[in-house]
Design a protein around this ligand. Sequence first.
Ligand SMILES: Cc1cc2nc3c(=O)[nH]c(=O)nc-3n(C[C@H](O)[C@H](O)[C@H](O)COP(=O)(O)O)c2cc1C
Length: 218
Amino acid sequence: MRKVLGNLTYGLYALGVEAGGRKNMCIVNTAIQVSSEPAKITVALSKNNFSHDLVKEAKKFSISILDQETDREIFGRMGFSSGKDKDKFEDFPYGEDELKNPYLNQALGVLSAKVTDMVDVGSHTLFVGEVVQSIALKEGTPLTYTYYKQVKKGTVPKNAPTYAAATEEPKKQESATKRYRCEVCGYIYQENLPFEQLAEDYKCPVCNAPKAAFKTVE
Ligand SMILES: Cc1cc2nc3c(=O)[nH]c(=O)nc-3n(C[C@H](O)[C@H](O)[C@H](O)COP(=O)(O)O)c2cc1C
């Protein structure tokens, strides 16, 4: 099943939400349009995510549409850390839609929605929202999940619904060379140059974490 599910394809987005003055954002691959009259979109959020609780409370959210040029640190900041532990917008510029949800200034565009239905689907809740505002920001090529994985070498955390299907085991150790995994985003360094020989200012190609964020894996 894991292999077949791995062939499903998605776009990538940043979901923004404001509830009681608290703003948060997370990366999602589950935003899709499901109706035209009225225009409705859905998004599936893990019950473990802070964004889930905020959307449930405020009954609104924004979807910023990411493009292929999206800064890799956006994934580290929004997709691999939780707003439960920190303010993701500290020292980080953002826009605000008419529902007061934050959005990414560097996105292709933004859809803002009011939640009309919530469906408990297991580990995740499916939020259905009616689009009440759309903002066009720039031209570009939308980022697909496949491009993120294959070209940007992106990984997904446990709370993404696709986690099991997308998670590759590190290649079997063929030599005595140690494997290193980024503790922030899970990226596994598997290039030919031994990790130890990389420059000290090496940064994770997925989330921009420093070399020190890498730990050896068995
Ligand atoms: C590529 C990618 C896709 C993701 N897709 C989803 C998704 O569709 N639903 C979800 O709940 N989490 C998804 N996540 C995980 C959340 O972005 C992540 O758990 C985030 O840290 C949650 O932050 P929060 O606790 O502040 O809401 C995804 C992460 C990545 C990197």
